[in-house]
Design a protein around this ligand. Structure first.
Ligand code: NAP
Length: 278
């Protein structure tokens, strides 16, 4: 009765648009992905990003550093990529080893090449509503909701999670779309009281099965951003089997993930156009 909000179709549409744009460009856009260490999940995400990028004609190259690399070595690689004329945009795949300060690394990325939209400059532009690279996951979520015809203006939107990568930027992007936004976090008293009011509920806490059917309003749109390893399985923050009987919901996998990848590739094409106009 309620819709499974698959990300695969809207992501495929975005990738088709990307492919057509790349076909019309004399110089092919290029993406570099920095991967530090051997985190198995990161290796899968990076492979997917590279494959999808190449499927649109975007050139993709992997820059690997060992787990034992120092922060200085990673910073040196970031600076090299900032200057590399053959790289239009790059990302440093998170997480990085614990002995490195991620915010220091992100700070060093040239905002013109910040296709993940995570630098303070990109975040500041997003906050002010000025043009710039939007963070890929929140931008993908907005696109997914729009694809399913969800009315954002005037909607009660509740975002569970205030992380810098998803919760915080997404809350501001929903606000810019004229939703009325509540942000919940681990210190929120009576989470269900807030979630039950949501027309649009975003779960971005990284806590498996946190959102149960009795916490969701009938007919709501629920977006599950969580990717949690439970044994061999990857599960979201939402109890999908329970919630789908009551509301529209994204699956995990196949919901937000494909949208994140597609938005990243759109950002690479935009970066290439901006750096090589004409
Ligand atoms: P994060 O920075 O660790 O933030 C998690 C947030 O959730 C924090 O604000 C935390 O509150 C809140 N939280 C944790 N447990 C909670 C609970 N029981 N009730 C209410 N709030 C709770 O994580 P993130 O980087 O934003 O990522 C969130 C999830 O999205 C993760 O599972 C991540 O793997 C996933 N993700 C998926 C994609 C994708 O493309 N599919 C992309 C990025 C991230 P406090 O601030 O109070 O600690």
């Amino acid at each position: 009765m309620y819709k499974v909000l698959s990300g695969r179709e809207p992501a495929a549409a975005l990738l088709e648009t990307a492919k057509a744009a790349v076909a019309g460009m004399k110089r092919k856009p290029s993406l570099a992905i920095v991967l530090v260490g051997n985190d198995p999940a990161s290796e899968i995400y990076v492979r997917k990003k590279m494959e999808k990028a190449m499927s649109t004609g975007v050139l993709a190259r992997l820059e690997k550093l060992p787990e034992s690399a120092t922060e200085e070595e990673l910073l040196a690689l970031v600076k090299k990529l900032n200057k590399d004329k053959n790289v239009d945009g790059f990302i440093v795949q998170a997480p990085i080893p614990k002995h490195m300060d991620y915010s220091k690394i992100v700070d060093a990325i040239d905002p013109r090449k910040d296709v993940d939209g995570w630098t303070p400059t990109s975040m500041g532009r997003m906050f002010l509503g000025s043009p710039g690279f939007l963070p890929a996951t929140p931008a993908g979520i907005i696109r997914l909701l729009e694809h399913y015809g969800v009315k954002l203006a005037g909607a009660e939107a509740v975002v569970v999670g205030r992380g810098n990568v998803v919760g915080k930027p997404l809350a501001f992007m929903l606000l810019q779309k004229d939703a009325t936004v509540t942000i919940c976090h681990s210190k929120t008293k009576n989470l269900a009281e807030h979630t039950k009011k949501a027309d649009i509920l975003i779960a971005a806490a990284g806590s498996a099965g946190l959102i149960k059917a009795d916490m969701v309003k009938e007919g709501a749109y629920v977006v599950d951003v969580g990717t949690n390893k439970v044994g061999e399985k990857t599960v979201g923050d939402v109890d999908f089997d329970g919630v789908i009987k009551k509301a529209n919901c994204t699956p995990v996998p196949g919901g937000v993930g494909p949208m994140t990848v597609a938005m990243l590739i759109s950002n690479v094409i935009e970066a290439a156009k901006q750096q090589n106009p004409g």
